[in-house]
Design a protein around this ligand. Structure first.
Ligand code: ACM
Ligand code: ZN
Length: 752
């Protein structure tokens, strides 16, 4: 038994799960603070046992952070040293480590794998001060740590916008800092093919360049005509893969098929159903020209995958599989012949055939496929893993079929969503996923048994870049949400004590600033919640410190002398409240603003027959009577979204009221598959059981008023009001998302 092992055993016996005052993220599993300090100075040496590579990484990092240029010496017998020592002590995962900062004047990192050392080093680096110093005093402590989930991932879309090699390396460093271990590199899509393939040079000569891009939000439909593009050579990819490997990060490359293939088809139109010609996509969304299911396409894709597999040593190869419209296949003789010959039921089974055939090929190369959750449709390929993005249902279904799953639901894991008040943020695709939401994520759905849960490999967040054009903007969307995700995946998050995490997180902001990492300060923004109250609503405000909130009720900009927030503000008439967070007399956040629309329905009891989708229904049914209309240009947190289902809401006004009109806000954004309802009908009742129809509008009448629909009731008396908005149904051909269920987005139901 070696010396270090003895030390470790002593250490184990004293473990406690202490309240951690140190700014470590992800929070270690167990930590104990001891008396005394250790001084790191220029005399300190690094002593590696086996792990020279990790020792060199530590040496380089300490130099960058502190300026101290420490020596590496393998056989020293002095106190002032940092030892990396092998230890076989059992831990829950292979990447465990122990970090001991001893009052016997040494630091030790014990681990049994290179990852373990690397994570121990990351923890140690987070303890260093952020200014350059030649004497650093560190608290004596012992930490025992290991990960919970084996897939701790971040994705980056480099097709919609291209990010240069040096930024990809930075991105990998950010992942490493937070002990993330998987980088999902989305290399191909309609708007650009970004990986050099030697056998098919046109993929990058043609497919990596587009003659213009969408500017502004999708809903604006405006474009520039600037040639845009870029790609990574195979040499660059090898360099990046090696860089990631040194940081114990696996890169999972994604080659999209059978949809999102327009850049490939613009280069080689012979692999489409129609033969083209095509242009590399300029518009975001889901496009109809996809790979044709003929043999030649499979040969093409297999040759591409052969080169991809040689470049990337990952166990999994991501083959996309999402959002593949079936229109071209419906009228293609090759595809129809395939359906007949393979005895497939329809085009959905053809998609499944496509993926299964590719899976066989990838398996023959000793690798596995992973795909977006659409690969469940028409039958899952036998060995495929599923990435669940349209909620968690796909992941649940796959785990129940004993397939491995990576959770990545839009609700918690789409970092292209807004993270603060939309009007204060750079334009984003929509949604609302703030740091607290990310932190509350549990990758293991309650619906799974303990056995089924074993199939959840972990989770990842996705960074789609339609609206993210620069590295600085990508950093802004990443940080600090990734820090929150890292703690979820490491397995030490405690959402009931979010404030404790927030305290540690704010301490990381200084480090971001020192290292020039652009990050979002949205956590300082005032957030609000409305609750039902007598004759209106109570507007509750929160920020990192509620004592710093100042607000106005007369539409003026709040300043240090405005009203100090003390308790929820009672709102019983139409007004606009503006609030911001102040520290030392200075605004530390942008202003939030809320206009109230108070009617007879505000704050009243409301029941829904169908529940909204989990991604667009955080506030539940009360959202419809909370006195706040959703922002029509951004379908963030204020809206309820129903996928394929109707709105069927009954409001109990509490007593008989005279009703003149019912107002319903609805949204249309066809590119996002959101459609106006086919019909809206209002019913009234005095007993809540027998309802009488009193007003009705059809689709063309709804389209005419664009969003805020008024249904005239004309002085009728009732206590109960029912509103039914009928979902548009299946999206019609020729539109984005054709054949899929339309979304119905509704917000306020006002009654006057
Ligand atoms: C996806 O977001 N289309 C996977
Ligand atoms: Zn075809």
């Amino acid at each position: 038994m070696n010396r270090f092992l003895i030390l470790s055993l002593v250490f184990i016996s004293k473990l406690v799960s202490a309240q951690n005052p140190l700014p470590l993220i992800p929070q270690p599993q167990q930590i104990e603070i001891h008396k005394g300090t250790f001084t790191l100075n220029k005399e300190t040496v690094i002593q590696p046992n086996y792990n020279l590579a990790e020792a060199q990484y530590l040496q380089k990092s300490i130099k960058e952070l502190t300026g101290l240029d420490l020596k590496i010496q393998s056989a020293v017998n002095k106190q002032n040293r940092i030892v990396l020592a092998h230890s076989e002590i059992k831990r829950k995962s292979n990447d465990g480590y122990e970090l001991l900062i001893s009052n016997k004047k040494f630091v030790a990192i014990y681990a049994k794998t290179p990852e373990g050392f690397f994570y121990g080093i990351q923890t140690f680096l987070q303890l260093l001060p952020i200014e350059k110093k030649d004497k650093i005093s560190l608290p004596c402590l012992s930490i025992l740590d290991y990960s919970k989930f084996q897939w701790r991932g971040m994705h980056l879309d480099v097709s919609r916008h291209f990010f240069p090699k040096d930024f990809i390396k930075k991105y990998i460093d950010y992942l490493a800092m937070y002990k993330m271990n998987t980088f999902h590199w989305h290399l191909t899509d309609d708007q650009g093919w970004r990986i050099e393939i030697k056998k098919y040079p046109k993929l990058t000569e043609v497919g990596a360049w587009r003659n213009g891009s969408m500017i502004g939000h999708y809903t604006d439909q405006t474009f520039d005509d600037i040639r845009y593009g870029g790609f990574y050579t195979q040499e660059e990819i090898k360099e990046i893969v090696a860089y990631a490997k040194e940081r114990h990060i696996t890169i999972v490359p994604e080659i999209e098929m059978p949809g999102h293939a327009l850049a490939a088809l613009a280069s080689y139109p012979e692999f489409s159903c129609t033969g083209g010609p095509f242009e590399v996509g300029k518009t975001w969304g889901v496009l109809e020209d996809v790979f044709c299911a003929k043999d030649e396409t499979f040969t093409f894709l297999e040759n591409i995958l052969t080169e991809v597999i040689e470049l990337f040593p990952s166990e999994y190869i991501h083959i996309g599989g999402d959002e593949c419209p079936k229109v071209r296949w419906k009228s293609c003789s090759h595809c129809q012949k395939r359906i007949k010959e393979e005895h497939l039921k329809d085009e959905h089974e053809l998609q499944s055939y496509f993926i299964q055939r590719i899976e066989k090929f990838v398996n023959s190369k000793g690798r596995k496929i992973i795909g977006w959750d659409e690969i469940l449709e028409g039958g899952l390929a036998p060995n495929a893993a599923v990435m669940s993005w349209r909620g968690t249902e796909g992941g649940i279904a796959a785990a129940k079929q004993k397939h491995f799953v990576v959770m990545s639901p839009g609700s918690h894991c789409y970092f292209d969503h807004y993270q603060g008040e939309p009007k204060n943020e750079p334009i984003a695709i929509g949604g609302y996923t703030n740091v607290e939401k990310v932190y509350s994520f549990d990758p293991i759905p309650k619906k799974l048994s303990a056995d089924e849960s074993k199939y959840i490999l972990g989770a990842q967040a996705n960074l789609w870049t339609e609206y993210i054009t620069t590295p600085a903007h990508a950093e802004y969307m990443l940080m600090p949400r990734m820090a929150a995700l890292s703690e979820v995946l490491w397995g030490t998050s405690n959402p009931t004590n979010y404030k404790e995490f927030e305290n540690r997180l704010i301490q990381h902001f200084e480090m971001y600033e020192k290292n020039g990492i652009n990050y979002s300060k949205a956590i300082f923004e005032v957030t609000s919640k409305v609750n039902p109250a007598e004759n209106g609503v109570a507007f509750e405000l929160k920020s990192v410190n509620p004592n710093g909130i100042k607000y106005t009720t007369d539409s003026s900009e709040p300043n240090a002398n405005s009203i100090s927030y003390e308790k929820p503000i009672l709102v019983t008439s139409n007004q606009t409240i503006k609030a911001a967070y102040f520290e030392n007399g200075k605004a530390k956040s942008a202003t939030i603003e809320q206009s109230f629309f108070i009617t007879k329905s505000t704050g009243k009891k409301i029941e829904l027959v169908h529940q909204p989708h989990e991604n667009y229904g955080i506030g539940g049914s009360f959202t419809l009577v909370d006195g706040m209309k959703g922002n029509p240009s951004k379908y963030g947190k204020d809206w309820l979204g129903f996928s394929g289902k109707d709105l069927n809401a009954t409001i109990d006004l509490g007593k008989t009221e005279t009703i003149d009109k019912v107002i319903l806000c609805v949204l249309e954004s066809k590119g996002s598959w959101i459609y106006y309802p086919k019909k809206i009908e209002v019913f009234i009742s005095n007993d809540g059981k027998n309802f009488e129809s009193v007003s009705k509008l059809n689709l063309s009448e709804i389209q005419d008023v664009k969003g805020e629909v008024v249904l005239e009731v004309k002085s009728k008396k009732a206590q109960f009001v029912k509103v039914i908005a009928t979902n548009f149904g299946k999206i019609t051909d020729g539109n984005p998302g054709a054949g899929s269920d339309a979304w119905l987005f509704v917000d306020e139901i006002g009654i006057e």
